[in-house]
Design a protein around this ligand. Structure first.
Ligand code: ASP
Length: 356
């Protein structure tokens, strides 16, 4: 691993965008339920922010939200904030609930074309007002990473998730634990940095824009996407009702192992009919690691034959938001299929011999 530890960059200016999530929540004394609080509460609990030596400005969602409420409108809002403040800041830190953080990170990675500055999402499992909180460390380290430069250039010009001790490419992540501090993983792409006593960046893994084209923010997303998770014993009615949702354009189908599904005739016929009518069906694996290889087993090959396309080693979060993004740009089913076959911003690994 190539590591780079010298990341201190004095006078960096960082914009902290507080959307909500556990990090800024407090227990309601009446019913014990965690509720989002405003940014002042968060700042009061992290006096270290003042000592950091960076110019940290903040902006907050009104009201702050639990990340279960996240979706295209809020992603557009985040893109608007970043694009509107892009020139003034060296980096951006988004405080976000953990539940849907991987979806937001994936969506932003597609929406912020030509990103040349760090956008680091973080949050916490315990509210920042609680003594054992993981929020303080996550917040402080995320700011350091967003401020890190080498020869005047940002070290990590990507949309990332920083959590506990790993900096991960955002569109490769899953939330894997509802209670561990180490809540995120990127099984199909190595961490961009490990954080312990030092922050060790793995430079060859980090994406750096080849040209210095200006940021090109995108706002259009199409919500006509569904997830179809297969399970043994699924009834034809379930498949049929999903595939016949009016206006549906894309389905992320979570299959078994390396992309396998039952070979029953009724099942394949239903999928084929939907594909022939113009639905894009993307095959991703239910496994937490590894990739779809439809050529490997007969049960996968049948899918390939009827026109299901491979999601390669994509996460479901990334495949869903990529479909929203591509259809949001008015692409036809054929154009979407073509774009799903290559990596837009490091979200999939496409094998050399991939079938187009
Ligand atoms: N429910 C919270 C949220 O996602 C959980 C968290 O922040 O960890 O907003």
């Amino acid at each position: 691993m190539t590591v780079h530890e010298n990341n201190q960059h004095e006078n960096a200016s960082i914009l902290l965008i507080y959307t909500g999530g556990t990090i800024g929540m407090m227990e309601n004394p009446e019913n014990g339920v965690l509720e989002p609080l405003n940014f002042q509460h968060l700042k009061d609990n992290v006096p270290e922010l003042k000592k950091m030596g960076y110019a940290v400005s903040s902006i907050q969602f009104e009201p702050p939200i639990d990340s279960s409420e996240m979706g295209p409108e809020n992603w557009q809002k985040l893109v608007r904030i970043i694009a509107g403040n892009y020139q003034q800041y060296d980096g951006f830190v988004i405080l976000h609930g953990t539940d849907t953080m991987s979806f937001t990170a994936s969506a932003l990675s597609f929406m912020l074309e030509n990103l040349g500055k760090p956008v680091i999402l973080t949050g916490s499992q315990l509210p920042i007002g609680i003594l054992r909180t993981d929020g303080k460390e996550n917040l402080i380290t995320a700011i350091e990473i967003a401020a890190a430069k080498e020869n005047g250039h940002p070290l990590v010009p990507e949309v990332c998730i920083f959590f506990e001790n790993n900096l991960l490419r955002g569109n490769r992540t899953n939330k894997v634990s509802a209670d561990n501090f180490n809540a995120f993983r990127s099984y199909n792409y190595p961490p961009l940095a490990h954080v312990g006593i030092h922050i060790k960046y793995d430079l060859p893994q980090i994406f750096h824009p080849i040209s210095d084209k200006p940021l090109n923010p995108h706002y259009s997303l199409d919500r006509n996407i569904a997830i179809l998770k297969l399970f043994p014993g699924m009834s034809p009615q379930v498949i049929e009702s999903i595939l016949n949702i009016p206006g549906l354009k894309g389905v992320v189908m979570e299959t078994y192992g390396s992309g396998n599904a039952p070979c029953e005739e009724w099942f394949l016929d239903m999928l084929k009919e939907a594909i022939d009518k113009g639905l894009v069906i993307v095959n991703v694996t239910q496994c937490i690691a590894g990739a779809v290889e439809m050529q490997r087993y007969e049960t996968g090959h049948k899918l390939l034959e009827i026109g299901v396309i491979s999601g390669y080693d994509s996460t479901t979060e990334s495949a869903v938001t990529k479909l929203m993004f591509l259809f949001g740009h008015g692409m036809s089913a054929e154009e979407v299929k073509e774009h799903m076959n290559y990596s837009l911003i490091g979200e999939i690994t496409v094998p050399e011999n991939a079938r187009l």
